[in-house]
Design a protein around this ligand. Structure first.
Ligand code: FMN
Length: 344
């Protein structure tokens, strides 16, 4: 059924298709019409960051930026859903067009620029939570906030979402907010993480519960940069690392008409690059911190490869757009098989 829907949706402008399909799914869920059409996903519980995930396959950030659709998306069988990136104040994002499908390459280029309705709107949506899987909330800074004041934006978001998030993801790796990726390096990174950990400790005391914080990183780093990132993550006791966001590289899409569009590239051309980052992270971290693997999972084998590289959980975005909900159960099954082979 998804292949028919996809033919119709892919004939539309990508942003219209995105909104239309999510609105349709949201309405179907509210009318209790969604469940009968959804395949059940096998249970495969896994403990990560002190949380129990019903299965290791989640939805990556950016698809449901405002938390408007997670109740419907949750019915498709994801083990967890990450909503956001949300910023303290609503902002329009970059001018359209800003989302491009590279169908031949099974890829997407986006320069959305954190278009979102602001954190207060997201929190209102989360109050209407019917979804009972794990819910992550991905936070970012407003475009107008200078890099040196970034911490204050992350703190504002943490204040707002702490009580309703199962985990918080700190996004410092989108290529579409000028200067954001600079926050991943050096003193700026260390100061940011220290501030975030202090905020987490204060909120844990205030609410009497510990909400883990994961940090999402870019795939475009040298080995030295990655080493220094890991050192800072470990020194600051961050609860997990999410690898990776989209790439600014254009390897594998040189022949596409969209190759010169600015923005982050995701999907099949990112598969190997992000798996390599996970492998390097796993070696550097040596079990000190769990890894959530994301980037170019287009089939079950790609999902299993991320786990084999050292990830404890995986997330889907572009693969979900190209393959639809069947990719969720396919990934869960492939991970299960790969794990049983390892433990035999
Ligand atoms: C249209 C689009 C919007 C995205 N928005 C966000 C976002 O707001 N925050 C974020 O952390 N990642 C965002 N991402 C990155 C994805 O979460 C994911 O890390 C990346 O696309 C790689 O995974 P994939 O190859 O499976 O798509 C976005 C990706 C796409 C394609």
């Amino acid at each position: 059924m998804y292949s028919i829907a996809q033919k119709i949706l892919f004939a539309l402008n990508p942003e219209t298709a995105h909104e239309l399909s999510l609105d349709f799914m949201g309405a179907a869920e509210r009318l209790h019409l969604l469940k009968p059409f959804v395949k059940t996903v096998p249970a495969q519980p896994v403990e990560v960051m002190g949380l129990t995930f019903p299965n290791p396959v989640g939805l990556a950030a950016g698809l449901d930026k405002n938390g408007d659709y997670f109740n419907a998306l949750g019915q498709l069988g994801f083990g967890f859903i990450e909503i956001g990136t949300i910023t303290p104040v609503s902002q329009p994002g970059n001018p359209e067009p800003r989302l491009f499908r590279l169908v031949d390459e099974q890829a997407i280029i986006n320069r959305m620029g954190f278009n979102n309705k602001g954190v207060a709107h997201l929190v209102e949506q989360v109050k209407r939570r019917r979804y009972n899987g794990v819910l992550g909330i991905n936070i970012g800074k407003n475009k107008v906030t200078p890099e040196e004041n970034a911490l204050s934006d992350y703190e504002k978001c943490m204040d707002a979402v702490y009580d309703c998030a199962d985990y918080i993801a700190v996004n410092i790796s989108s290529p579409n907010t000028p200067g954001l990726r600079n926050l991943q390096f050096g003193e700026l990174f260390d100061q940011l993480l220290k501030g975030i950990k202090n905020k987490q400790a204060a909120l844990a005391e205030q609410y009497g519960k510990y909400v883990p914080v994961a940090v999402k990183i870019a795939p475009d780093m040298t080995d030295e940069e990655l080493e220094s990132v890991v050192e800072t993550l470990v020194a600051n006791n961050i609860d997990a690392v999410i690898a990776t966001n989209t790439t600014v590289g254009r390897e594998g899409v040189e022949n596409s008409t969209h190759v010169d569009e600015a923005g982050g590239l995701s999907g099949a051309p990112l598969t190997e690059k992000s798996t390599l980052v996970i492998k390097k992270l796993a070696k550097l971290l040596d079990g000190k911190m769990p890894i959530i693997g994301v980037g170019g999972i287009m089939d079950g084998e790609d999902a299993a490869a991320k786990i084999a590289a050292g990830a404890s959980l995986v997330q889907l975005y572009s693969g979900f757009i190209y393959r639809g909900p069947e990719l969720i159960s396919e990934s869960v099954k492939a991970i299960k098989v790969a794990k049983s082979v390892v433990s035999d």
